[in-house]
Write a protein that binds this ligand. Structure first.
Ligand code: F6R
Length: 618
């Protein structure tokens, strides 16, 4: 949560900061602010509650001076309401010459604040962050050395933080520190950047360095120095950003979410690219860190993830257990971490995260590593903390996902899960070569099938609009359809703010069927009738049970399953595929349904209330 950007160089700093914040706004949109140092007038700060547009309007009305150094912040509130006063940057020192922005939570802020109050420091906000601004200003006044003062203070902070600081008396340097919150450096020619992620600066440079845990950055226009919190120099590895600036713009679509839904054939194709050979066999060079002997001796896989990513994990569980015959459990990261799970060297943790910065997932993987387990990440963001801290990474190549609600990252995560399952089955020799090859080849056909789903969604759109007054929608699925049902419900809750629940269809009769009354909309994921192990007749029975009690059924079924139309008010058909792969197709109508319903209600689909994309607090 919270987006951070810093710049030093010849360009118009306000433009660079606002451009960066625009791309980072998905991280939080409760308030936004910038500070710059003008060569003539010193430090200038502007901040506004509400979305970035409010700050932009204020700057348009009263221009900020030309400057070549500055910091900017977009906030997801933790301590203190989303007001102008609590917006970042926060100023420190008697003469307010220091400006600070912060992402994270300073856990010992009360103790530090008490210390400052005893010195007579006056506070302008209710935030934990302002404490750090005053402490650094005090240290600097005492020592006259800004990097030393900065290091002294960050060493005293507990919790999670990325902090950026500028000071009027040192107008050529931005200082940054990172602990448990993301920070990336962008390397330019005579200019340098800092950002919560590469989206902050990708339109200016693709050369980047991911800052490590407990590291400090001293950033000038012509130099970048990285040190540990205790002052040791760090040699950082540079990487090239493989996202295009245009990939992070709406490109004519009504919303980022609409664009990202449409990006899915590409996201799936890019995630498959180079990973399935002409014989249909999977090559995953990225997981060389996990040697074949280790894969053969695996006793258990634990998938950790949150929200939508956890549903990708649920689907991977079905595939891995069925094909690679390793027991898999899927755990919400925040629950896993605190229940003292049993882990051995032969347990593989698979951490799934679009951002690679979700604090709950990071804490779960750190805990597992401490206990001796190996960690494989499935991650969409280059240079993310999760990727850095894992033994191996399978990158999903969905490109930047800006809308808060995850869409293309999910279908890319599902794709990576299938690749992993097939790879494990290959190494462990648990599936005949002919089947491995058939599944690999079929996976390669999925991008074209996703395109076909996207081309036939007019009925779903109409349904979404028609149902904009619904008070509650239920989703039912079985087998791999169950996590899809959960995802359909999550999308509707977060985008349209209406009650929605996803159930395992077989569980209905054990309680939830009591919710069914006349007119209750229920969306049912119907399994393929072609599958030898098909559950389709059982799901049809479940449909009958709810219809008998008044439910209005919308079925998502496979092309050719004509029988379903007798049991449902509406049927949305998706192309035929192996049952295991159906979620990549069946989730798309549910995404579009939620998008349409939310739009019909006049809501902001890209930035739903109370949410932020990257949840960097526990
Ligand atoms: C829902 C959504 C969230 C994320 C979850 C994990 O649409 O986007 O549920 O899936 O916060 O985020 P990552 O994948 O970044 O770890």
């Amino acid at each position: 949560m919270c987006g951070i950007v810093g710049y030093v160089g010849p360009k118009s700093t306000v433009d660079v900061l606002i451009g960066g914040l625009r791309r980072l706004e998905y991280r939080g949109y409760d308030s936004a602010g910038v500070s710059i140092i003008s060569p003539l007038g010193g430090l200038e700060t502007r901040k506004k509650a509400g979305k970035l547009a409010n700050l932009e309007a204020s700057i348009t009305e009263h221009q900020l001076p030309i400057s070549h150094i500055g910091i900017g912040h977009t906030r997801w509130a933790t301590h203190g309401a989303p007001t102008d006063g609590n917006a970042h940057p926060h100023l420190g020192g008697e003469h307010q010459k220091l400006s600070l922005i912060h992402n994270g939570i300073i856990e010992n802020f009360a103790e530090l604040k008490a210390e400052l109050v005893a010195y007579g420091t006056k506070f302008a906000s209710e935030t934990d962050s302002e404490v750090a601004a005053h402490l650094i200003a005090r240290e600097f006044d005492a020592s006259g050395d800004l990097p030393t003062a900065f290091a002294t203070v960050v060493n005293r902070l507990h919790g999670a933080f990325t902090i950026l600081v500028i000071h009027e008396d040192q107008p050529d340097v931005v200082l940054a520190a990172r602990r448990n919150a993301p920070l990336v450096i962008g390397l330019g020619d005579g200019e340098n950047f800092l950002g919560s992620d590469v989206a902050a600066f990708v339109e200016h440079t693709k050369r980047a360095i991911s800052v490590g845990q407990d590291e400090i950055v001293i950033l000038r226009a012509d130099s970048v120095e990285v040190r540990t919190f205790d002052g040791k120099p760090v040699v950082s590895e540079e990487f090239t950003v493989d996202w295009d600036a245009s990939a992070a713009s709406k490109g004519g679509w009504s919303s980022f979410m609409a664009k990202e839904i449409a990006d899915q054939p590409q996201a799936v194709a890019d995630t498959l690219m180079g990973r399935i050979d002409s014989d249909g066999l999977v090559t995953l060079e990225e997981i060389d860190g996990l040697d074949e002997a280790a894969i053969r001796s695996l006793e258990r896989i634990i998938i950790v993830a949150c929200g939508t990513a956890s549903y990708a994990g649920d689907i991977a569980k079905y595939a891995i257990e069925k094909w690679a015959r390793v027991p898999v459990q899927v755990e919400l990261s925040h629950e896993f971490r605190y229940r003292d799970p049993i882990l051995t060297r032969n347990t593989l943790i698979v951490a799934i995260s679009q951002s690679g910065e979700t604090m709950d997932t990071l804490m779960a993987t750190r805990f597992a590593k401490d206990k001796g387990a190996r960690v494989l990440a499935i991650c969409n963001t280059q240079g993310a903390t999760l990727a850095r801290e894992s033994d191996a990474v399978i990158y999903t190549h969905a490109g930047p996902e800006v809308a808060v609600a995850s869409t293309k990252a999910l279908t890319a995560q599902m794709t990576a899960g299938y690749l992993l399952a097939l790879f494990l089955a290959q190494v462990r020799q648990t599936l005949p070569a002919i089947q491995l090859s058939a599944f690999g080849k079929e996976l390669l056909k999925m991008p074209a099938r996703v395109t076909r789903v996207l081309d036939n969604l007019d009925d779903v759109r109409a349904l979404g609009r028609e149902m904009s007054n619904a008070k509650s929608v239920l989703f039912l699925g079985r087998n791999v359809g169950f996590p899809v049902a959960m995802e359909g419900a999550l999308k509707l809750k977060e985008l349209a703010y209406i009650h929605a629940e996803g159930f395992a269809a077989g569980e209905l009769k054990h309680g939830p069927i009591a919710l069914i009354e006349e007119g209750q909309p229920v969306i049912v994921l119907v399994p393929s009738p072609r599958d030898a192990e098909t559950l389709q007749p059982k799901v049809i029975s479940n449909i009958q049970e709810i219809r008998a009690r008044g439910a209005k059924v919308i079925a998502i079924a496979e092309e050719g399953d004509t029988a379903v139309s007798d049991y449902a008010e509406h049927v949305i058909y998706i192309p035929q595929s192996a049952s295991m792969f159906a979620p990549i197709l069946s989730v798309i109508p549910l995404q579009v349904f939620a998008l349409e319903l939310s739009t019909a209600k006049g809501l902001d689909v890209d930035q739903p209330r109370n949410l932020a994309k990257s949840v960097t607090v526990e």
